[in-house]
Design a protein around this ligand. Structure first.
Ligand SMILES: *[C@@H]1O[C@H](CO)[C@@H](O)[C@H](O)[C@H]1NC(C)=O
Ligand SMILES: *[C@@H]1O[C@H](CO)[C@@H](O)[C@H](O)[C@H]1NC(C)=O
Ligand SMILES: *[C@@H]1O[C@H](CO)[C@@H](O)[C@H](O)[C@H]1NC(C)=O
Ligand SMILES: *[C@@H]1O[C@H](CO)[C@@H](O)[C@H](O)[C@H]1NC(C)=O
Ligand SMILES: *[C@@H]1O[C@H](CO)[C@@H](O)[C@H](O)[C@H]1NC(C)=O
Ligand SMILES: *[C@@H]1O[C@H](CO)[C@@H](O)[C@H](O)[C@H]1NC(C)=O
Length: 374
C-alpha cells in the first residue's frame, strides 16, 4: 500500500517537472525557523539543480548557495567568498546561535592579503529556479544573485551600506554543472555522503570581482565557482571530516570531495572537465583520493591534529590518463578553529597519459578542511 502510494507520487512529481521544464519556479522563504519536519530531496529532478532542496527549514536543516572566486594572478592573494543561507544556526557548526535562518556572509581578501568579513541578515528570501540555474534575493540584506538565461552567466549584486560593500561579482561558466556521481540529469544521486546533498552549478567560471569596500576598490579576475549543499539533519550527525576544493590547472577544471562518514566509510566525488565538456564526474570509490601532506598531515584527521600544509590528489581521468596534483596552502581565507579552514593555494600537477610524454602544469586552488570528530 505504502509502496504503491510512493511510486505513483514519484510518477506524478516527475511528470510535473517534465511538463514545466522551461518554466520558472518561485520559492518564498521566511526568516523564521519552522517547527515542522523538514523534507530534503536527495534524488535529482530533470531540472532544478540549483533550486531549494529542503522545505521547510527546521532546527536541524540547512540549504545554502555558495560562491567563490580566486585570483589567477600568481602575485595576488585576492579571493572572495559569498554564502547565502537558508539554515538553522543549530544545524551547522559555523553559526552563532540565532533564531534567524537567512544570513549572508562575505569574506574578501585584497591582493596584499588584507582580509574583511561581514555578515548581514535578510527578512525573507526569494529563490527563482529556472532550468538547472537560479536567482536569489535575500531581502533587506543588500545581497542578491541573478542568473542570465541568455549568456548563462551568474552575477552577485551587492549594495550593503551597513557592511560598506557595494558592487558586483560576475561568473561566466566554463565547465558543465554536475552532481556528486554524474552529470546534471534527472534521477541522479545527490548525496556526496550520507544525508549531505550537493549540486555544483558552476565547477569553474571566468570571474570578475568589482567592489568598493569602505571606499577602497577591490577589482580582480580569476577562477569562479558556485555550488549548493543541504540536509534535513545537523552536519555533526553525518560528517566526521571532509576535504573539498576546486582548481584550474592547465586546460582542466577540477573539483574534489573526499569525505569520511561517522562510521569511517570514505565517500568521494571526482570532477574534471576540459574545453567545456566533462571528462570525469564520478563517486566511484578510487575515482579520486585526497590526502593531507606536510605538517599536521595525520590521516584520518582529528579535531586536535591541526591543519595540513597541503594535499596530494590522485584523479583517474579514465583508461587513458591520470592526474597527480599537489595543492599547497598559500593563505588561509577563513577559519573556525579548530574544526574548519578555507584556504587559497597553488597547485602543481603531472598528467600521465599512456604512450605520451608526462605533462607538467601549475594553477590556483581554493579548498577547505572540515573535521568534526576527535
Ligand atoms: C528572534 O528573537 C528575537 C529576540 O530574541 C525576537 O525579537 C525576534 O522576533 C525573533 N525572530 C524570529 C524570526 O523569530
Ligand atoms: C527536522 O526535520 C527532520 C526530517 O523530518 C527531522 O528528522 C528532524 O528531527 C527535525 N528537526 C527538528 C528540530 O524538529
Ligand atoms: C592592503 O590593501 C588594502 C586595500 O587596498 C589597504 O587598505 C591596506 O592598507 C594594505 N595593507 C598593507 C599592509 O599594505
Ligand atoms: C557546503 O559546500 C561548501 C562549498 O563546497 C563548503 O564550503 C561548505 O563547508 C559546505 N557546508 C555544508 C554545511 O555542507
Ligand atoms: C557505514 O555506514 C554505511 C551506510 O549505512 C554502510 O554501508 C557501511 O557498511 C558502514 N561501514 C561500517 C564500517 O560500519
Ligand atoms: C608532489 O609532491 C611530491 C612530494 O614532495 C613529489 O614527489 C611529487 O613530484 C610532486 N608532484 C607534483 C605533481 O608536483
Amino acid at each position: 500500500m505504502n509502496l504503491i502510494g510512493t511510486s505513483s507520487l514519484r510518477l506524478l512529481a516527475s511528470f510535473v517537472t517534465f511538463a514545466c521544464a522551461t518554466a520558472s519556479e518561485i520559492y518564498q522563504i521566511p526568516s523564521a525557523l519552522s517547527n515542522a519536519p523538514s523534507h530534503a530531496q536527495f534524488t535529482s529532478g530533470i531540472t532544478g539543480l540549483d533550486a531549494p532542496k529542503v522545505h521547510p527549514i527546521n532546527a536541524s536543516a540547512f540549504d545554502w548557495w555558495y560562491f567563490d572566486i580566486v585570483s589567477t594572478d600568481p602575485s595576488s592573494f585576492a579571493s572572495a567568498v559569498v554564502v547565502f543561507y537558508t539554515a538553522s544556526s543549530t544545524a551547522i557548526p559555523s553559526q552563532a546561535p540565532s533564531n534567524m535562518t537567512l544570513p549572508v556572509q562575505i569574506w574578501l581578501t585584497f591582493p596584499n592579503g588584507t582580509q574583511i568579513f561581514a555578515q548581514t541578515q535578510a527578512d525573507a528570501a526569494t529563490v527563482t529556479a529556472e532550468g538547472d540555474f537560479s536567482s536569489g534575493d535575500w531581502h533587506g540584506s543588500g545581497f542578491a544573485w541573478r542568473h542570465a538565461p541568455n549568456s548563462g552567466s551568474y552575477e552577485i549584486l551587492i549594495n550593503a551600506p551597513d557592511s560598506q560593500i557595494k558592487g558586483s561579482i560576475n561568473f561566466q561558466p566554463r565547465a558543465p554543472a554536475h552532481y556528486p556521481c554524474g552529470p546534471a540529469q534527472g534521477g541522479q544521486n545527490m548525496e556526496v555522503g550520507p544525508q549531505i546533498g550537493w549540486a555544483n552549478a558552476l565547477p569553474d567560471a571566468a570571474s570578475t570581482v568589482d567592489l568598493i569596500v569602505s571606499g577602497t576598490k577591490l577589482f580582480f579576475s580569476g577562477a569562479g565557482y558556485h555550488d549548493k549543499n543541504w540536509s534535513d539533519q545537523p552536519l555533526v550527525s553525518n560528517v566526521a571530516s571532509w576535504y573539498w576544493g576546486h582548481c584550474r590547472i592547465g586546460p582542466y577544471s577540477i573539483v574534489w570531495f573526499d569525505f569520511l562518514a561517522l562510521n569511517g566509510t570514505e565517500y568521494v566525488s571526482a570532477y574534471a572537465s576540459k574545453d567545456d565538456s566533462i571528462l570525469v564526474a564520478s563517486c566511484e570509490p578510487g575515482s579520486i583520493r585526497v590526502r593531507p601532506t606536510g605538517q599536521d598531515s595525520t590521516y584520518p584527521p582529528h579535531i586536535s591534529t591541526g591543519d595540513p600544509s597541503g594535499y596530494h590528489i590522485t584523479l583517474d581521468l579514465g583508461i587513458e590518463s591520470s592526474l597527480e596534483l599537489n595543492v599547497s596552502v598559500e593563505v588561509q581565507i577563513a577559519a573556525i578553529p579548530p574544526i574548519y579552514t578555507r584556504s587559497k593555494g597553488r597547485v602543481t600537477g603531472v598528467l600521465t597519459t599512456v604512450g605520451t610524454a608526462v605533462e607538467e602544469m601549475a594553477g590556483v586552488a581554493l579548498f577547505e578542511q572540515l573535521v568534526l570528530t576527535e
